[in-house]
Design a binder for this molecule. Structure first.
Ligand code: BGC
Ligand code: BGC
Length: 664
């Protein structure tokens, strides 16, 4: 009896020692050794589970457990009841405990579209959308935004973001143009520094190896590979018609940087390249991205991305799975009905239509990212991060970003009488327009809801609030959302600030062939600017048709989609800071010119790429001249020579004259 017990005890000691010896669980082992240990232990069902990504709406503890689900996501606006930090943390805990209740205890990873801050969560800091950040030309600022976003995302227990979008948007008619930093590949490339902010900066740079620093960081996703910003007529998910060299130079180059910076995942584009769907494109996904560029992280599909290989979508799911997986996709964003995927992929592997080698490549990459993230060691949310949601220093950073992204396009009707900086001590001023006092409009799409929404959708400050806060206490601020003709005259104000623009949209809902200012924006400009000196501020995801109305305006500012810190606009228009932004996009005159980008043979913009006025007229530093000289392709040179001129002249009408003289 005694002997029996002793035997049992030593047996159980032996068993637990054996468990703690599992190499893949030992953080002192290197990542590749851990993968080599874990992969052969996995069944096909466990491997396919890792390749399956589902939306939170269809997930719970038992789904995680029973199907070995590897990753989850929130589709746009998919939030737990209440959208509070505890609700997020509890939800993540539940999913994680389901994942950890499996035989091999492989933790799950949760992903979300944090594309301008942690934008789905109420109370998060909302940064300007990428089009505005491109105007800052400030990669360090964007890196700091990445770091702040990572902390806010971790505040809710989430470890993975579907950002950055590194599309080079070549046509503003595209509904996702605001998700792109610029029409210039060089600008997009420099902004990939956001990856260092999100994931951390690897000390030993081994290009192609995914890197995530620690629990205050998140895995990032460069999207959408490749050519998403080059589709015909700017139609979302359309065909990108371009030769291979053009594809590489314009659209693929930012992926070189993202991969070199250690990006963990790459999302495939819904679009096609010369008629072939990217989700089915084995040449670009496997031969180029994985083999040639040596990307060793995860290739993830887009939402129903493999279903959309056929038209109509999901017409032949077997074909979709076969083609998508064989093209090289590692994780499939299902997103809801996951059992047909699992059973069909299982059958295709068992019947050898898809090789075990391909499955092992996918799972190797998934495990590589998971080990790199350190989630085997720290699978559960660290609740001490909750304080970072909407953190004051992040709001200050967003305010800095807004200030730097504003682009001054006109200041003064005749050049000699600039309207800006506005007087803080006027006795009476008008603030008018649909966008003057509306956080939802300022934030645009991908904010709280997938499509965004107008109104007080989250916390922050509006432009009107900023104005009221900045002017002297004795200044009377008259706010009128929809001023009628004669309104401004009747009020006898010194000047007016008119804020108009687009209403929020995301993805295909934003495709637009007209690009006119919607929502009574034009009558508002006409009703106010005819009667009083006026500054027009445009809130939009892209340049819109403004040429016909420009003569009415005394000053014109592009504010893009500034996000939650609208008060920053007042910091600049009243002169506490100067304008610094330069256009990340060409401002066209008419839509029939589109697409029109810097470097095109017939380039006849209203405002060229790189344009942006300053209020002060300080002379240039020698650095600027050196920069202007060291650029071979002339693009920077052109934009810098414009800037040199702007700083001296401070006036756009003169710039037009300058252009004419220049071309003589
Ligand atoms: C978008 C992606 C996004 C995904 C998840 C897709 O429709 O194209 O950019 O990451 O949804 O929300
Ligand atoms: C978006 C998702 C969103 C869904 C709504 C998709 O295209 O990318 O994020 O939740 O549509 O139907």
């Amino acid at each position: 009896m005694e002997r029996g017990l002793g035997f049992l005890l030593s047996l159980s000691f032996f068993v637990s020692a054996a468990v703690s010896l599992e190499l893949y669980k030992d953080p002192r082992q290197n990542v590749e050794a851990r993968i080599r240990d874990l992969l052969p232990r996995m069944t096909l069902a466990e491997k396919i589970g890792q390749m399956t990504q589902i939306d939170r709406k269809v997930a719970d503890y038992s789904v995680m457990k029973d199907y070995h689900i590897g990753t989850l996501l929130s589709g746009g606006g998919s939030v737990p009841e209440g959208n509070t930090i505890p609700a997020w943390l509890d939800m993540i805990d539940e999913f994680q405990s389901g994942a950890l209740s499996t035989r091999l205890q492989i933790p799950m990873v949760y992903g979300i579209d944090a594309v301008h801050g942690h934008n789905t969560v109420y109370g998060a800091t909302i940064f300007p959308h990428n089009v505005g950040l491109g105007c800052t030309r400030d990669p360090n600022l964007v890196q700091r935004i990445g770091a702040a976003t990572a902390l806010e995302v971790r505040a809710t227990g989430i470890q993975y973001v579907f950002a950055p979008c590194i599309a080079t948007c070549r046509d503003p008619r595209w509904g996702r143009c605001y998700e792109s930093y610029s029409e210039s590949t060089d600008v997009v490339r420099s902004m990939t520094d956001i990856i260092y902010g999100l994931q951390g900066e690897p000390a030993n740079k081994t290009a192609g190896v995914p890197f995530v620093a620690n629990s205050g960081k998140v895995a990032a996703c460069a999207k959408h590979f490749v050519g998403d910003g080059g589709t015909v007529d700017g139609i979302n998910e359309n065909n990108t018609v371009i030769d291979y060299e053009g594809l590489v130079k314009i659209h693929m180059a930012p992926y070189f940087d993202a991969i070199a910076k250690g990006v963990s995942t790459v999302m495939i584009s819904f679009s096609s390249w010369n008629g072939v769907k990217m989700h089915a494109n084995k040449f670009l996904v496997t031969e180029i991205l994985k083999n040639h560029l040596q990307f060793q992280g995860i290739v993830i599909s887009d939402w129903y991305g493999i279903d959309k290989i056929t038209v109509p979508k999901h017409a032949n799911y077997t074909f979709s799975i076969l083609t998508g997986i064989n093209a090289g996709i590692d994780v499939v964003m299902i997103p809801y009905d996951f059992t047909p995927f699992i059973s069909e992929l299982t059958r295709l592997v068992n019947e050898r239509y898809i090789s075990m080698e391909r499955i092992d490549d996918a799972v190797t990459r998934i495990l590589r990212v998971k080990f790199a993230m350190g989630i085997f060691e720290q699978p559960y949310p660290d609740r001490s991060y909750s304080k970072y949601l909407g953190y004051p220093t992040h709001r200050a950073l967003a305010r800095e970003a807004v200030r730097k992204s504003l682009v001054l396009l006109k200041n003064g009707k005749d050049g000699s009488q600039p309207l800006l900086p506005l007087s803080k001590s006027a006795s009476k001023i008008i603030v008018a327009g649909s966008h003057a006092n509306d956080i939802g409009f300022q934030c645009g799409g991908w904010t709280i809801k997938w499509q965004g929404r107008n109104g007080s959708i989250t916390t922050g400050t509006t432009i009107l609030e900023g104005v009221k806060h900045t002017v002297s206490p004795s200044t009377e601020v008259i706010y009128e959302r929809d001023p009628q003709p004669g309104f401004a005259k009747a009020k006898g104000a010194e000047y007016a600030i008119v804020v108009v623009g687009e209403s929020p949209y995301a993805e295909s809902f934003g495709d637009n062939q007209d690009l006119t200012i919607p929502l009574e924006g034009i009558p508002t400009i006409q009703n106010v600017c005819g009667d009083v000196k006026c500054l027009v501020i445009l809130i939009s995801g892209r340049p819109l048709v403004v040429e016909p109305y420009l003569p009415l305006m005394d000053a014109f500012v592009a504010a893009w989609l500034p996000g939650s810190e609208g008060a920053a606009v007042a910091d600049v228009i009243f002169g506490d800071y100067d304008f610094q932004g330069t256009l990340s996009r060409t401002w066209f005159k008419r839509v029939d010119q589109l697409p029109m980008n810097i470097g095109d043979p017939s380039y006849d913009p209203l405002f060229p790429f790189g344009f942006g006025l300053r209020m002060t007229t300080s002379l240039l530093s020698s650095d600027d001249f050196e920069l202007a000289l060291d650029d071979g392709d002339g693009v920077k040179q052109q934009s810098l020579s414009k800037r040199i001129f702007e700083r001296i002249s401070g006036n756009s009408q003169q710039l037009l004259l300058y252009d004419e003289q220049d071309s003589l």
